[in-house]
Design a protein around this ligand. Structure first.
Ligand code: PEP
Length: 254
């Protein structure tokens, strides 16, 4: 049985003091308790400079994740964040290959694969993002495009490692646009991703891997996605920034 997972992605939003305000409000609302009582894993992926304050505030009550990392432990890579840096802050999760990083930072699936392997070797959970552009969708090439991303991202992962990865299917045309994919489209592609995983690792492993949908998910739409057979949760940008709407994402699926 795969546990439901709701993950926020703050992108480049919230200073440390704004992040702390969010955490204090989340604690006052008893959000972590509510999630735990209902067997939902819930958390936020936050900018690097917010990680320390958010982790210190939330401790292990909610998942705290980074939005990116480098695959090497240290070196001359100005502006990058290493996995040992994340580990020292007890950060256990990290987004990899978000479409914004693929578009603006030349994040290829091959680089994602290096990062996924390094995270797994260090005991962190990679949330591997994939998804097609509007042009690819319109051309009817979504499945072959996403299959390539999955195969390249999972290259050389053992069954045991693969089972620990979380996948987020996020059609680029739905991210931050308010133009979310229908439940049917989202399920069609998430189900297809599980089929690809079955081909790579067999049914037992494929059935363990959590697949999230992301792209303009709101409190009003989250339940419909999570009711689909192959969608185990949501990766949420805009609607995770306000603590009230973040809470509503949870209450909507209970
Ligand atoms: C995201 O940042 O991954 C995302 C899906 O954003 P939004 O929910 O705002 O579309």
């Amino acid at each position: 049985m795969r546990r439901k997972l709701l993950l926020g992605n703050w992108k480049m939003n919230k200073t440390p003091s704004e992040a702390l305000e969010f955490c204090n409000a989340a604690k006052e609302m008893g959000l972590a308790k509510l999630a735990r009582a209902n067997k939902v894993d819930m958390g936020v992926c936050v900018p690097a400079v917010d990680l320390q304050v958010v982790k210190k505030s939330l401790k292990n009550s909610l998942i705290v994740g980074a939005e990116n990392c480098h695959w090497l432990d240290h070196g001359a890579y100005t502006g990058e964040v290493s996995i040992p840096m994340l580990k020292e802050l007890n950060i256990g999760w990290c987004l990899i290959g978000h479409s914004e990083r693929r578009e603006y930072d030349n994040e290829t699936s091959e680089k994602c694969n290096l990062k996924i392997k390094a995270l797994l070797a260090n005991g962190l959970v990679p949330v591997y993002c994939c998804g097609e552009s509007e042009a690819t969708y319109d051309a009817g090439n979504t499945k072959s495009f996403v299959e390539e991303q999955i195969i390249a991202g999972f290259k050389d992962l053992s069954e045991e490692e693969a089972a620990k990865v979380v996948i987020a299917y996020e059609p680029i045309w739905a991210i931050g646009t308010g133009k979310n994919a229908s439940e049917e489209i989202a399920e069609d592609i998430c189900g297809f991703i599980r089929k690809v995983l079955k081909k790579l690792y067999g049914a037992k492993v494929a059935n363990k891997i959590r697949i999230l949908y992301g792209g303009s998910v709101k409190p009003a739409s989250v339940k419909g996605y999570l009711s689909q057979k192959d969608i185990d949760g949501a990766l949420v940008g805009g609607a995770s920034l306000d603590v009230n709407s973040y809470k509503q994402l949870l209450t909507a699926i209970l």
